[in-house]
Design a protein around this ligand. Structure first.
Ligand code: PLP
Length: 432
């Protein structure tokens, strides 16, 4: 059934004329599912653990970005009549991938330019670059995050038909639109409907990954607006200069003020630092770095729940948030609480698109080839697998598929062992 408007318009009809919005999500409300196996694993007592499946909120690319984009793209297309998008991020940016997919699938499509800077390289990044290209985004490589940002800014200044989407679709140091945050106030209204209908008990805590703060800010603001007792536990997965508590509170307040200005029936409330927890200690030495705890959390939750429910976390955002949640729940006194993990990462199958690229990385601009030639992360990249074996192998172009989990590898044992050894040297994990 086609959605005619967000829940915010139903609750506060005056917003309808004043807040831009276009329908993009194709599977909302997203399910909330109980994690029974995790409860058993953690010896849970009275409390219950649920997951909010935002990873499937769209049929091609789910995750947190599209909730923000319903309002941000609404503003760009309906109000500003823009024909193109420019954004920037690390070479594996989810914001960039979500932008590329959406721009490509809109009718009519929008142009999409991505300005990218280096981040720790892994297979996840290599596949993202191929997918950007598959969905027809134009790629630009910068040197550092700051110089790349400046490059993107200059591009935008000279190309005014483009809308500039800030990293993560969030507010950056007080600048930019609060519409991305509004997307997650909307998400809280959706959750509230699920509470009212008894699908889940009201969570005591909501765990999620906190990068540019937009997602967490929306949930904190939404919970406060609705008077929920749920406390958001935002796990910092980006450096402190951005993913900090005052930034989160300021962004939540900017969105609340934006809504109040457009509908005076929305109470004038303010988020304070007591309204949420910012959890630190799970980042490792920087953004995108794999940590042992993060990787363990990804593997554990996949084995316990993801395999049967069809989701898989990753090590930059959601794995670190899950690691923090595990540590919290290992304490006996926390096992009688109701917990919600908000899954912000896409879990639709993108490998089918990736297979169509056939790993032709040379189609990317030349500057990007080094990311494939100097670093090899998959067994078939290391062994230089013969075409006929490679194409039939379930590990070929498969998302994070572990070589050592493939039992029917057709390569001789010596080559398999060599690949394993090399992979062991490449995938380094930090202690955090
Ligand atoms: C999978 C995933 N989770 C969480 C986040 C963090 O969201 P925010 O930047 O709104 O804090 C991101 C941002 O890129 C993300 O890609």
């Amino acid at each position: 059934m086609e959605r005619t408007g967000p829940l915010l318009f139903k609750e506060y009809p005056a917003l309808k004329e004043k807040v831009p919005w276009i329908p993009l999500l194709t599977n909302v409300p997203t399910p909330v599912e109980r994690l029974y196996e995790l409860e058993k694993y953690l010896n849970f007592e009275k409390g219950q653990i649920f997951i909010k499946r935002d990873d499937i909120n769209h049929h091609i690319y789910g995750g947190n970005k599209l909730r923000k984009f319903e309002f941000i793209f609404g503003n760009a297309i309906l109000k500003k009549k823009k024909k193109a998008i420019v954004t920037y991020g690390g070479i594996g940016t989810h914001n960039g991938l979500a932008s590329a997919v959406l721009c490509n699938k809109l009718n009519p499509p929008l142009k999409c330019d991505l300005f990218l800077y280096n981040q720790p390289l892994n297979w996840h990044v290599q596949r993202s670059l191929l997918l950007f290209d598959y969905f027809k985004a134009k790629l630009h490589l910068g040197k550092t995050d700051i110089t790349t940002f400046v490059k993107a800014l200059f591009f935008w200044i000279f190309h005014r038909k483009y809308e500039f989407i800030l990293p993560g679709g969030s507010i950056l140091f007080g600048r930019g639109t609060p519409l991305g945050v509004v997307g997650f106030i909307e998400a809280t209204l959706e959750l509230n409907e699920q509470l009212k209908s008894g699908q889940i008990p009201e969570p005591d805590l909501i765990f999620l990954a906190n990068g540019t703060t937009g997602t967490a800010a929306g949930l904190v603001a939404g919970c406060k607006l609705l008077g929920l007792k749920s406390k958001v536990f935002a796990v910092a997965v980006y450096n402190d200069f951005l993913a900090n508590a005052s930034n989160l509170a300021r962004n939540a307040n900017k969105a609340l003020k934006y809504l109040h200005k457009r509908d005076k029936t929305i109470p004038k409330i303010r988020v304070t630092l007591d309204d949420f927890e910012l959890i630190e200690g799970y980042l490792g030495s920087g953004y995108g770095v794999k940590t042992i705890k993060g990787q363990n959390a990804v593997d554990t939750i996949f084995d316990l729940e993801g395999k049967t429910k069809g989701f898989n976390l990753e090590t930059t955002y959601t794995g670190k948030a899950m690691a923090a949640m595990f540590d919290f729940l290992k304490k006996k006194e926390n096992r009688n609480k109701n917990i919600l993990f908000w899954n912000t990462y896409n879990s639709n199958d993108l490998d089918k698109y990736l297979k169509e690229t056939d790993f032709q990385y040379k189609k990317l601009p030349k500057k990007f080839h080094k990311f494939y030639e100097e670093y090899k992360f998959q067994c078939w990249q290391i062994t230089n697998c013969p075409e006929d074996i490679k194409k039939k192998c379930p590990a070929y172009l498969n998302h994070e598929y572990r070589f050592w989990k493939i039992t029917d590898c057709k390569l001789d044992e010596k080559k398999q062992r060599k690949a394993l050894e090399e992979l062991g040297n490449i995938i380094k994990l930090e202690d955090a």
